[in-house]
Design a protein around this ligand. Structure first.
Ligand SMILES: *[C@@H]1O[C@H](CO)[C@@H](O)[C@H](O)[C@H]1NC(C)=O
Ligand SMILES: *[C@@H]1O[C@H](CO)[C@@H](O)[C@H](O)[C@H]1NC(C)=O
Ligand SMILES: *[C@@H]1O[C@H](CO)[C@@H](O)[C@H](O)[C@H]1NC(C)=O
Ligand SMILES: *[C@@H]1O[C@H](CO)[C@@H](O)[C@H](O)[C@H]1NC(C)=O
Ligand SMILES: *[C@@H]1O[C@H](CO)[C@@H](O)[C@H](O)[C@H]1NC(C)=O
Length: 417
C-alpha cells in the first residue's frame, strides 16, 4: 500500500476510533486528551469520544461557538480556547459542561458572554477571560462558582464591577482585574475597600486604574482620594418664598422638592391626577420660567432646576398626588404630598388648619397665620388648596410643612378684586 493510502487508512481509523482528523488523541492516566491546537481550525470539529476530558482548541481560527459545540464531550474537565478569534458564544454552549474545571477563553474577541451558562458550571476552578473586549459583568455571574480558585478578567473593557460580584467565590485565591477602563464613580468605591481587605491575591494593582471621570484618569484604584458618596433623600414641601413673578393669573401652586445626596441627585416629578399621570424630568423650564427648547411652549407644570414645581393655573384637574423622585448612582428616594382644591363644597371647618398662606392673584406674596381659620368674607372668591404631607417619620423641626403629620396648608388666592 502506498503512503497516501496508509494516510487515508489512518484518517479513517482516526474517525472510527473517535478522534477528528485534525486532532491528536491519546489517553494519559485517567485523562482522555484531544489536542487540536495550532491547526487553523475555523470550527469545532466533531467525532470525539464521549469520554474526552481535555480538549485543546487553542491558537486556531475559531470565530464563534454554537450551542452544540461541546455536546459530544459532556465529561470535559478542561477546555482550552485561547488565541482564537471568537466573538460570539451561543447561550447554552458551555452550560452542558457540568464537570468542567478549567476554561480558558483568553485572547479572543468577546464583547459579550453568556454569563448564565456559568451558573451550571459548579465544578469550575479556573476561568481565564482576559484579553477580550468584555464590557458588562452581571452582579450574579459567579453566584454558583463556589469551587473557583482563579479568575482572570484583566485587559477587558469593564467600566465597573457591582458590589458583591465576588462574594459567592468562597474558594477564590487569585483575581486579575487590571487594565480595565474603570469608571471610578461612587459605585466602584467598594472595590478599593474590598481589595485592601481581602485575602485574595490581586496582582498588578498599579494597573487597576480609573479611565473616568477625567479628573481621575490614570489614578490607581488603590490611591483613589476619598469621595463624598451618599444616597439621595427627598422631601416635598410648600416653598414659602416662591414669589409669583412667573404667575400671571389664576392661582398658583408652588411646591419644593428638597433633595440631598452626592452625587447631586436627578429629580423627576410624578403627578397623579384623576385625568392621568404626568411624569416630568426636572427641569423642564429655564430659571426664568421659559420653556426649554424642544418642550411644550406653555407647560402645565413648571419644574425648575432647583427643585421647585409651579402649577401656574391650579384647578380641579391638577388635584392629586405630587411625588418627587430623586435618584443618583447610589439609590433613590421619593417624597410626596396630596393636593386638593377646597371649594365651597368642602367646608373649611373640617380641615385641620395649622397654617395657611394667602396669595393674591396678582402676586403680592403670601401672608401666614398659624392656628387660625381664614378670616374672609367673600367665600366665593376664595380658592383653597390644602396639602397633606407624608414623609420621613422623624424631623418635626422647622419647615413650612411638617411631613409625617397630617398637616394641612392652605393657600388662598383671592380673585382680583
Ligand atoms: C475512553 O474510551 C475509549 C474507547 O472506549 C477507551 O479506549 C479509553 O481508554 C477511554 N479513556 C479513558 C481515559 O477512560
Ligand atoms: C446543567 O447541568 C446539569 C447536570 O448537572 C444538566 O443536567 C443540565 O442539562 C445542564 N444544563 C444545561 C442548560 O445544559
Ligand atoms: C460613570 O458613572 C457615572 C455614574 O453612574 C455616570 O454618570 C457616568 O456617565 C459614567 N461615565 C462613563 C464614562 O461611563
Ligand atoms: C427656584 O427657582 C425659581 C425660578 O428661578 C425661583 O422662583 C424659586 O424661588 C427657586 N426656589 C428656591 C427654593 O430657591
Ligand atoms: C394621598 O392620597 C392617597 C389616597 O388618595 C393615599 O393613599 C396617600 O397615602 C396620600 N399621600 C399622602 C402623601 O398623603
Amino acid at each position: 500500500m502506498n503512503p497516501l493510502g496508509l494516510l487515508w487508512l489512518g484518517v479513517c481509523l482516526g474517525l472510527t476510533s473517535g478522534c477528528p482528523a485534525d486532532c491528536d488523541c491519546h489517553r494519559k492516566f485517567s485523562f482522555q486528551i484531544a489536542d487540536c491546537a495550532y491547526r487553523d481550525l475555523e470550527a469545532v470539529p466533531s467525532g470525539f469520544l464521549p469520554n474526552v476530558t481535555t480538549l485543546s482548541l487553542s491558537a486556531n481560527k475559531l470565530t464563534g461557538l454554537g450551542v452544540a459545540a461541546f455536546v459530544e464531550v459532556p465529561l470535559l474537565q478542561s477546555l482550552w480556547l485561547a488565541y482564537n478569534e471568537i466573538s460570539s458564544v451561543e447561550p447554552g454552549a458551555l452550560a452542558v459542561l457540568s464537570q468542567v474545571k478549567s476554561i480558558d477563553v483568553s485572547h479572543n474577541r468577546l464583547a459579550d458572554f453568556p454569563w448564565g451558562d456559568l451558573h451550571n458550571l459548579t465544578a469550575l476552578q479556573l476561568l481565564k477571560m482576559d484579553n477580550n473586549h468584555l464590557v458588562a459583568l452581571p452582579q450574579d455571574a459567579f453566584l454558583s462558582l463556589q469551587a473557583l480558585r482563579s479568575l482572570q478578567l484583566n485587559h477587558n473593557q469593564f467600566l465597573t464591577i457591582a458590589e458583591g460580584t465576588f462574594d459567592a467565590l468562597t474558594s477564590l485565591s487569585h483575581l486579575q482585574i487590571n487594565n480595565n477602563p474603570f469608571n471610578c464613580s461612587c459605585r466602584l468605591l467598594w472595590l478599593k475597600a474590598w481589595a485592601e481587605d481581602t485575602h485574595v491575591s490581586i496582582p498588578e494593582r498599579n494597573s487597576i486604574t480609573c479611565a473616568s471621570p477625567p479628573s481621575l484618569q490614570g489614578v490607581p484604584l488603590a490611591r483613589l482620594p476619598p469621595q463624598r458618596c451618599t444616597p439621595p433623600t427627598a422631601r416635598v414641601s410648600h416653598h414659602p418664598s416662591l414669589d409669583s413673578a412667573e404667575v400671571q393669573e389664576g392661582w398658583a401652586l408652588a411646591l419644593h422638592c428638597a433633595a440631598s445626596g452626592h452625587p447631586q441627585p436627578q429629580l423627576q416629578w410624578r403627578i397623579q391626577t384623576p385625568g392621568g399621570t404626568v411624569e416630568l424630568r426636572s427641569p423642564n423650564v429655564q430659571r426664568d420660567g421659559q420653556a426649554l427648547a424642544g418642550g411644550p411652549k406653555h407647560p402645565r407644570f413648571l419644574a425648575f432646576g432647583n427643585g421647585s414645581l409651579v402649577v401656574p393655573q391650579f384647578s380641579r384637574l391638577e388635584e392629586g398626588t405630587y411625588t418627587c423622585h430623586a435618584k443618583n448612582e447610589l439609590g433613590h428616594a421619593e417624597g410626596s404630598v396630596n393636593v386638593t382644591l377646597a371649594t365651597a363644597e368642602s367646608p373649611l371647618e373640617d380641615l385641620l388648619v395649622r397654617k395657611f398662606q394667602a396669595k393674591r392673584g396678582g402676586g403680592k406674596g403670601c401672608s401666614t397665620m398659624d392656628n387660625e381659620v381664614v378670616p374672609s368674607g367673600a367665600e366665593d372668591n376664595i380658592v383653597i388648596i390644602y396639602l397633606s404631607g407624608r414623609g420621613p417619620q422623624k424631623g418635626k423641626a422647622g419647615g413650612s410643612l411638617e411631613l409625617g403629620l397630617w398637616l394641612p396648608l392652605l393657600c388662598l388666592a383671592l380673585l382680583t378684586i
